[in-house]
Design a protein around this ligand. Structure first.
Ligand SMILES: Nc1ncnc2c1ncn2[C@@H]1O[C@H](COP(=O)(O)OP(=O)(O)OP(=O)(O)O)[C@@H](O)[C@H]1O
Length: 260
Protein backbone atom coordinates (compact mmCIF):
# COMPACT_ATOMS: atom_id res chain seq x y z
CA UNK A 1 0.00 0.00 0.00
CA UNK A 2 1.44 3.33 -1.04
CA UNK A 3 1.55 6.19 1.50
CA UNK A 4 -1.18 8.82 1.61
CA UNK A 5 -0.41 11.92 -0.39
CA UNK A 6 -3.54 13.79 0.65
CA UNK A 7 -5.18 13.34 4.03
CA UNK A 8 -8.31 15.27 4.92
CA UNK A 9 -9.34 15.02 8.56
CA UNK A 10 -12.63 16.19 10.08
CA UNK A 11 -13.09 18.90 7.48
CA UNK A 12 -16.13 21.10 8.02
CA UNK A 13 -17.32 24.26 6.35
CA UNK A 14 -20.32 26.39 7.23
CA UNK A 15 -21.89 29.21 5.27
CA UNK A 16 -23.88 31.07 7.94
CA UNK A 17 -26.37 28.50 9.21
CA UNK A 18 -25.74 26.04 6.37
CA UNK A 19 -23.29 23.20 6.97
CA UNK A 20 -21.92 22.56 3.47
CA UNK A 21 -19.32 20.06 4.68
CA UNK A 22 -19.51 18.07 7.91
CA UNK A 23 -16.47 16.31 9.42
CA UNK A 24 -15.21 14.91 6.13
CA UNK A 25 -12.33 12.46 6.51
CA UNK A 26 -10.65 10.62 3.63
CA UNK A 27 -7.25 9.98 2.11
CA UNK A 28 -5.80 9.64 -1.36
CA UNK A 29 -2.73 7.45 -1.72
CA UNK A 30 0.16 8.30 -3.99
CA UNK A 31 -0.69 7.25 -7.58
CA UNK A 32 -4.40 6.66 -6.93
CA UNK A 33 -7.36 7.98 -8.90
CA UNK A 34 -10.18 8.72 -6.47
CA UNK A 35 -13.66 10.00 -7.31
CA UNK A 36 -15.69 12.35 -5.13
CA UNK A 37 -19.35 11.99 -6.08
CA UNK A 38 -22.77 12.99 -4.80
CA UNK A 39 -25.92 14.84 -5.82
CA UNK A 40 -26.04 18.58 -6.56
CA UNK A 41 -25.32 20.62 -3.46
CA UNK A 42 -23.62 17.71 -1.65
CA UNK A 43 -20.53 19.81 -0.89
CA UNK A 44 -18.10 18.47 -3.50
CA UNK A 45 -16.96 21.84 -4.83
CA UNK A 46 -16.83 23.19 -1.29
CA UNK A 47 -14.51 20.29 -0.41
CA UNK A 48 -12.28 21.19 -3.38
CA UNK A 49 -12.30 24.86 -2.42
CA UNK A 50 -11.30 24.09 1.15
CA UNK A 51 -8.64 21.54 0.17
CA UNK A 52 -7.03 23.96 -2.31
CA UNK A 53 -7.14 26.87 0.14
CA UNK A 54 -9.63 28.96 -1.85
CA UNK A 55 -11.80 29.17 1.27
CA UNK A 56 -10.74 28.35 4.84
CA UNK A 57 -12.28 25.38 6.68
CA UNK A 58 -14.55 26.01 9.69
CA UNK A 59 -12.82 23.00 11.30
CA UNK A 60 -10.49 20.19 10.37
CA UNK A 61 -7.17 19.81 8.65
CA UNK A 62 -5.76 19.14 5.18
CA UNK A 63 -2.37 17.45 5.01
CA UNK A 64 -0.47 17.09 1.77
CA UNK A 65 2.59 14.87 1.74
CA UNK A 66 2.59 15.09 5.52
CA UNK A 67 2.48 18.89 5.62
CA UNK A 68 -0.41 20.88 7.02
CA UNK A 69 -1.76 23.06 4.18
CA UNK A 70 -5.11 23.84 5.83
CA UNK A 71 -6.44 27.30 5.05
CA UNK A 72 -4.23 28.00 2.05
CA UNK A 73 -3.54 30.42 0.56
CA UNK A 74 -4.01 28.79 -2.87
CA UNK A 75 -0.58 29.95 -4.05
CA UNK A 76 1.06 28.03 -1.19
CA UNK A 77 -1.04 24.94 -1.97
CA UNK A 78 0.04 25.08 -5.64
CA UNK A 79 3.67 25.48 -4.66
CA UNK A 80 3.28 22.46 -2.36
CA UNK A 81 2.35 20.42 -5.47
CA UNK A 82 -1.46 20.35 -5.49
CA UNK A 83 -3.15 21.89 -8.55
CA UNK A 84 -6.78 22.07 -9.63
CA UNK A 85 -8.94 22.56 -12.66
CA UNK A 86 -12.33 24.25 -12.69
CA UNK A 87 -15.84 23.20 -13.77
CA UNK A 88 -15.90 25.68 -16.63
CA UNK A 89 -13.02 26.28 -19.00
CA UNK A 90 -10.99 28.86 -17.10
CA UNK A 91 -8.37 30.02 -19.55
CA UNK A 92 -7.69 33.52 -20.90
CA UNK A 93 -9.56 33.42 -24.25
CA UNK A 94 -7.54 36.11 -26.02
CA UNK A 95 -4.19 34.66 -24.96
CA UNK A 96 -2.57 31.90 -27.00
CA UNK A 97 -2.64 28.29 -25.86
CA UNK A 98 1.11 28.50 -25.16
CA UNK A 99 0.62 31.78 -23.25
CA UNK A 100 -1.99 30.17 -21.04
CA UNK A 101 0.38 27.29 -20.23
CA UNK A 102 3.08 29.84 -19.42
CA UNK A 103 0.67 31.44 -16.93
CA UNK A 104 0.46 28.07 -15.17
CA UNK A 105 4.24 27.86 -15.05
CA UNK A 106 4.44 31.26 -13.37
CA UNK A 107 2.13 30.21 -10.56
CA UNK A 108 4.49 27.49 -9.36
CA UNK A 109 6.60 30.32 -8.11
CA UNK A 110 4.62 31.59 -5.14
CA UNK A 111 2.08 34.31 -5.95
CA UNK A 112 3.93 37.25 -4.42
CA UNK A 113 6.44 39.44 -6.20
CA UNK A 114 9.05 38.43 -3.64
CA UNK A 115 8.18 34.80 -4.24
CA UNK A 116 8.71 35.27 -7.95
CA UNK A 117 12.05 36.92 -7.33
CA UNK A 118 13.40 34.30 -4.97
CA UNK A 119 11.70 31.37 -6.74
CA UNK A 120 10.30 29.03 -4.09
CA UNK A 121 10.29 25.24 -4.44
CA UNK A 122 13.22 25.47 -6.79
CA UNK A 123 10.68 26.67 -9.31
CA UNK A 124 12.74 29.46 -10.86
CA UNK A 125 11.92 29.64 -14.53
CA UNK A 126 15.03 29.45 -16.65
CA UNK A 127 13.96 31.43 -19.71
CA UNK A 128 15.73 29.10 -22.10
CA UNK A 129 13.73 26.10 -20.87
CA UNK A 130 10.30 27.71 -21.05
CA UNK A 131 9.45 26.94 -24.72
CA UNK A 132 10.61 23.32 -24.40
CA UNK A 133 8.54 22.81 -21.27
CA UNK A 134 5.47 24.38 -22.89
CA UNK A 135 5.92 22.08 -25.91
CA UNK A 136 6.24 19.02 -23.68
CA UNK A 137 3.01 19.85 -21.87
CA UNK A 138 1.18 20.51 -25.15
CA UNK A 139 2.41 17.15 -26.49
CA UNK A 140 1.16 15.27 -23.45
CA UNK A 141 -2.23 16.94 -23.70
CA UNK A 142 -2.33 16.61 -27.49
CA UNK A 143 -2.67 20.37 -28.00
CA UNK A 144 0.59 20.98 -29.87
CA UNK A 145 -1.13 21.88 -33.15
CA UNK A 146 -3.08 24.62 -31.33
CA UNK A 147 0.06 26.19 -29.75
CA UNK A 148 -0.36 29.71 -31.14
CA UNK A 149 -4.15 29.80 -31.40
CA UNK A 150 -6.09 32.05 -29.01
CA UNK A 151 -7.49 29.81 -26.27
CA UNK A 152 -10.99 31.13 -26.98
CA UNK A 153 -10.87 29.75 -30.54
CA UNK A 154 -10.55 26.14 -29.36
CA UNK A 155 -13.57 23.82 -29.34
CA UNK A 156 -15.02 23.51 -25.83
CA UNK A 157 -13.54 20.04 -25.21
CA UNK A 158 -10.05 21.28 -26.03
CA UNK A 159 -10.50 24.36 -23.85
CA UNK A 160 -11.15 22.02 -20.93
CA UNK A 161 -8.05 20.06 -21.85
CA UNK A 162 -6.13 23.33 -21.87
CA UNK A 163 -7.32 23.80 -18.28
CA UNK A 164 -5.55 20.54 -17.47
CA UNK A 165 -2.45 21.68 -19.38
CA UNK A 166 -2.34 24.91 -17.34
CA UNK A 167 -2.62 22.91 -14.12
CA UNK A 168 0.17 20.57 -15.31
CA UNK A 169 2.39 23.59 -15.89
CA UNK A 170 2.48 24.14 -12.14
CA UNK A 171 4.34 20.77 -11.97
CA UNK A 172 1.87 19.22 -9.55
CA UNK A 173 2.16 15.88 -7.80
CA UNK A 174 -1.61 15.78 -7.46
CA UNK A 175 -4.44 17.16 -9.60
CA UNK A 176 -7.95 17.97 -8.39
CA UNK A 177 -10.34 17.95 -11.33
CA UNK A 178 -13.76 19.59 -10.94
CA UNK A 179 -16.17 17.95 -13.41
CA UNK A 180 -13.63 17.43 -16.19
CA UNK A 181 -16.18 15.58 -18.34
CA UNK A 182 -18.99 18.14 -18.08
CA UNK A 183 -20.06 19.25 -21.55
CA UNK A 184 -17.87 16.71 -23.36
CA UNK A 185 -19.20 14.38 -26.06
CA UNK A 186 -18.60 10.63 -26.00
CA UNK A 187 -15.35 10.76 -27.96
CA UNK A 188 -13.98 13.67 -25.93
CA UNK A 189 -14.84 11.74 -22.79
CA UNK A 190 -12.87 8.70 -23.94
CA UNK A 191 -10.01 10.99 -24.83
CA UNK A 192 -10.15 12.53 -21.35
CA UNK A 193 -10.08 9.09 -19.71
CA UNK A 194 -6.99 8.20 -21.77
CA UNK A 195 -5.25 11.42 -20.75
CA UNK A 196 -6.00 10.95 -17.05
CA UNK A 197 -4.70 7.36 -17.11
CA UNK A 198 -1.59 8.51 -18.92
CA UNK A 199 -0.99 11.20 -16.29
CA UNK A 200 -1.19 8.61 -13.55
CA UNK A 201 0.68 5.77 -15.26
CA UNK A 202 3.45 7.64 -17.05
CA UNK A 203 3.74 10.90 -15.17
CA UNK A 204 3.16 9.59 -11.65
CA UNK A 205 0.28 11.92 -10.87
CA UNK A 206 -2.30 11.33 -8.17
CA UNK A 207 -5.84 12.38 -9.11
CA UNK A 208 -9.00 13.36 -7.24
CA UNK A 209 -11.99 14.09 -9.40
CA UNK A 210 -15.46 15.43 -8.82
CA UNK A 211 -17.66 14.09 -11.58
CA UNK A 212 -21.30 13.38 -12.39
CA UNK A 213 -20.44 11.19 -15.39
CA UNK A 214 -20.82 7.85 -13.62
CA UNK A 215 -19.57 5.65 -16.46
CA UNK A 216 -16.30 7.60 -16.44
CA UNK A 217 -16.01 7.55 -12.65
CA UNK A 218 -16.68 3.82 -12.41
CA UNK A 219 -14.22 3.03 -15.18
CA UNK A 220 -11.42 5.30 -14.05
CA UNK A 221 -11.44 5.47 -10.26
CA UNK A 222 -9.89 2.91 -7.95
CA UNK A 223 -11.85 4.30 -5.03
CA UNK A 224 -14.90 6.49 -4.66
CA UNK A 225 -16.00 8.75 -1.80
CA UNK A 226 -19.71 9.61 -1.71
CA UNK A 227 -20.99 12.85 -0.19
CA UNK A 228 -24.61 13.63 0.56
CA UNK A 229 -25.63 16.89 2.23
CA UNK A 230 -22.07 17.55 3.29
CA UNK A 231 -21.49 14.14 4.87
CA UNK A 232 -19.58 11.11 3.65
CA UNK A 233 -22.09 8.28 3.39
CA UNK A 234 -19.85 5.70 1.71
CA UNK A 235 -16.34 5.03 0.51
CA UNK A 236 -15.00 2.06 -1.44
CA UNK A 237 -14.22 0.39 -4.74
CA UNK A 238 -16.51 1.19 -7.71
CA UNK A 239 -18.22 -2.22 -7.61
CA UNK A 240 -19.08 -1.74 -3.91
CA UNK A 241 -20.32 1.82 -4.40
CA UNK A 242 -22.48 0.76 -7.34
CA UNK A 243 -24.27 -1.77 -5.12
CA UNK A 244 -24.40 0.31 -1.93
CA UNK A 245 -28.07 0.72 -0.97
CA UNK A 246 -27.60 4.14 0.67
CA UNK A 247 -25.73 5.46 -2.38
CA UNK A 248 -28.36 4.11 -4.76
CA UNK A 249 -31.10 5.74 -2.74
CA UNK A 250 -29.39 9.12 -2.35
CA UNK A 251 -27.73 9.43 -5.73
CA UNK A 252 -27.23 6.60 -8.22
CA UNK A 253 -30.88 5.58 -8.29
CA UNK A 254 -32.08 9.10 -9.09
CA UNK A 255 -33.43 9.34 -12.66
CA UNK A 256 -30.62 11.68 -13.80
CA UNK A 257 -27.98 9.11 -12.88
CA UNK A 258 -29.82 5.93 -13.81
CA UNK A 259 -27.28 5.27 -16.57
CA UNK A 260 -24.57 4.62 -13.97
N1 LIG B 1 -20.13 30.73 -1.02
C1 LIG B 1 -21.23 30.13 -0.57
N2 LIG B 1 -22.10 30.78 0.21
C2 LIG B 1 -23.22 30.18 0.68
N3 LIG B 1 -23.56 28.90 0.42
C3 LIG B 1 -22.71 28.19 -0.37
C4 LIG B 1 -21.52 28.76 -0.91
N4 LIG B 1 -20.88 27.80 -1.65
C5 LIG B 1 -21.65 26.71 -1.58
N5 LIG B 1 -22.75 26.94 -0.81
C6 LIG B 1 -23.78 25.96 -0.47
O1 LIG B 1 -23.12 24.81 0.05
C7 LIG B 1 -23.78 23.63 -0.39
C8 LIG B 1 -22.78 22.75 -1.13
O2 LIG B 1 -22.48 23.35 -2.37
P1 LIG B 1 -21.39 22.78 -3.37
O3 LIG B 1 -21.30 23.72 -4.52
O4 LIG B 1 -20.15 22.49 -2.63
O5 LIG B 1 -22.06 21.41 -3.83
P2 LIG B 1 -21.64 20.43 -5.01
O6 LIG B 1 -21.71 19.07 -4.45
O7 LIG B 1 -20.36 20.88 -5.59
O8 LIG B 1 -22.81 20.65 -6.05
P3 LIG B 1 -22.80 20.55 -7.67
O9 LIG B 1 -22.73 19.10 -8.00
O10 LIG B 1 -24.11 21.16 -8.03
O11 LIG B 1 -21.63 21.36 -8.18
C9 LIG B 1 -24.96 24.06 -1.25
O12 LIG B 1 -26.11 24.10 -0.45
C10 LIG B 1 -24.55 25.46 -1.69
O13 LIG B 1 -25.69 26.26 -1.95
Amino acid sequence: MKPDLLHVQGLSRRFGGLVALRKLTFSVAQGEIVGLIGPNGAGKTTAFNVITGTIPPSAGTVRFDGRDISGGPPSRVVVAGLARTFQSASTYPAVSVAGNVYRGMLSRIAGSTVGRLVGRRGGMLAAAQVPAEIDAILRVTDLASWRDAPAGSLPYGLQKKLGIAVALATRPRMLLLDEPAAGLNHEECNDLARLLRLLRDEHGLTLLLVEHHMALVMELCQRIVVLVQGEKIAEGAPEDIRQNAAVIEAYLGAPDYAHA
